[in-house]
Write a protein of this length. Sequence first.
Length: 400
Amino acid sequence: MFEHVDAYPGDPILTLNENFQKDPRQEKINLSIGIYFDDDGRLPVMKAVREAEAAMLADLGPKPYLPMAGLAPYRDAVQALVFGEASAARREDRIATVQTLGGSGALKIGADFLKRYFPQAQVWVSDPTWENHRFIFERAGFSVNTYPYYDDATGGLKFDAMLAAIDALPPRSIVVLHACCHNPTGVDLSEAQWEQLIPVLQKRELLPFVDMAYQGFGSSLDEDAFAVRELARRDVPMLVANSFSKNFSLYGERCGALSVLCADAAEAQRVVGQLTSAVRSNYSNPPTHGAKIVTKVLTSPALNQMWRDELAAMCRRIAGMRVAIHERLSRHIGGQALSRYIEQRGMFTYTGLDADQVDRLREQHGVYILRSGRMCVAGLNERNVGPVADAISKVLVKPA
């Protein structure tokens, strides 16, 4: 019956992580998977999260199904965090928000919704983008194309080419944009560049789908949400997927949300109804535990401030590791290319290493990064940053 089913080649990130676990070398270093580790190389449990969860466990009760749209206080807290407490759209009930299974679940629900109501549209993603963007939209039935983004030569942004390509798209094309901490390159648009791009999206009647998986890991919670809030301020219809996996260190709880900015409250009610229909056909309703943790932290002033302080410290540590590897690499390597380590933002950096150099880095030095050259800077710490810099400098020398 299933003889015609072909083998799944595996997700390149998760497969590489599995291979790392099997590597017997004690000195191996994993900079592949997008997870924040503290300076001791451990997955942190944030104090605000611990306190919120402890309070919940002290008052256990029944565990009924959540509504299809998710926990109502969670959805409201998401809107406040993503769009801002003072958001006019939020005040006017023009945002349709549903709780989802992480950021990937938000993208999936959004893709299903868009395919139903914009069946002729095509999707455009940055070159490169997170691999799952393409898989999710293609599985929903969309043709997926790319617009120029990353400049290999400079380690920066091809903004003029990006702007020109988007300015030439057919109306109602769906444009997937990274709000901050671009995955996989770490290259973001500046606020001035967003202010140039947004009028083009409006003029061409394009539909932005903003993926914000790393809010708080670039500059700050508010600065990282600039693109979403500026789009909302200009009343640009859009979808926004956000995730709490990274900024709450709640990877396994799958806490995310999808929000759609609508023209009025009645439209938002219709949209949220169809989003819940998409939830129903995928997984019926979302889980409770993680959503309650996030809600308690975001709605309790003391816990909220504690979380913000912890998140800011995590952001500073990542920035510090960028400076540290830049400084250590500069002892071995010269040239402007090194500036990418400190100019790119968030958890990831495109190192500029080619696939052969990445293979040598793994095989000869036990340092794991993606074959695209993407490194998870959040996996660096004071003990391993030196060996990583030494290994990179060695693979940059061509073998005889």
